[in-house]
Ligand binder design. Structure first.
Ligand SMILES: [Zn+2]
Length: 234
């Protein structure tokens, strides 16, 4: 899954009730933490894309095995606990939960390439990507639901921050479409050729830049959309 991961990023035990434990830009990084690790491993040449028995899948034994993902979730939660002690133990679990949402959503769309532990023979994935436009609807539906919810629990300081939110949605919808339409990236359509798309350092760096860009943009929008339920509700 690509953009759909950002749907659950709005989840926080406090959002819609009080001041969220995790800001949305931090949530944006948490839901992609597994892919951030993946990007570094791709740059290092340890993980990547492969064709196995004619099916394009990822070779992701470390970042995307259930055990590896759980390890990343605990590390990310621990990092958050240290950097933002005010979030307390709840902040730890919210971050860990956001990180693990990535694995669950990948399980739905990936073709079988998710193992339980590095090197495990059993590869899981329900392969919704074999139905590219259904997958597209699912991914963008998740983002839409997340943005819609967030729109309702925040108050824009000016119109700009409302327009920007939906402009970002359209931009993400375009990025998602690229995974179906652009030759070399046609992963969802099941016709991609790892040799024709970006790979290695280029693939890893472009992924990292996309994650940073989206977190940065949502952070800016967030600066103009404070929670409706602040620490001292009026
Ligand atoms: Zn992933």
């Amino acid at each position: 899954m690509f953009m759909g991961h950002y749907g659950p990023a709005v989840w926080d035990t406090q959002r819609g009730k009080g001041t969220p434990l995790v800001t949305l830009w931090q949530g944006f990084l948490a839901v992609q933490a597994i892919d951030i690790v993946w990007a570094f491993l791709v740059i290092a040449g340890i993980e990547g894309q492969v064709i196995r028995e004619g099916v394009p899948i990822f070779h992701i034994p470390y970042s995307h095995s259930l055990l590896g993902s759980a390890f990343i979730a605990l590390c990310a939660g621990g990092m958050f606990r240290v950097l933002k002690p005010s979030g307390g133990n709840r902040g730890f679990w919210v971050i860990a939960g956001l990180v693990m949402s990535h694995w669950v959503l990948d399980l739905i769309v990936h073709r079988p390439d998710l193992s339980l532990y590095p090197g495990g023979d059993l590869l899981l994935g329900f392969a919704v990507w074999d139905y590219p436009w259904a997958a597209y609807g699912l991914e963008m539906g998740l983002v839409f639901a997340g943005f819609w919810f967030w729109k309702r629990v925040t108050i824009p300081k000016s119109m700009r921050y409302s327009i920007a939110l939906w402009a970002l949605f359209l931009f993400m919808a375009m990025l998602q479409a690229a995974f179906i339409l652009v030759p070399g990236l046609q992963l969802q359509a099941g016709t991609f050729d790892p040799a024709a798309g970006p790979q290695g350092a280029l693939l890893g760096l472009s992924a990292l830049m996309t994650f940073a860009l989206l977190a940065g943009v949502i952070g800016w929008i967030e600066s103009g959309r404070p929670s409706r339920y602040g620490a001292n509700p009026a």
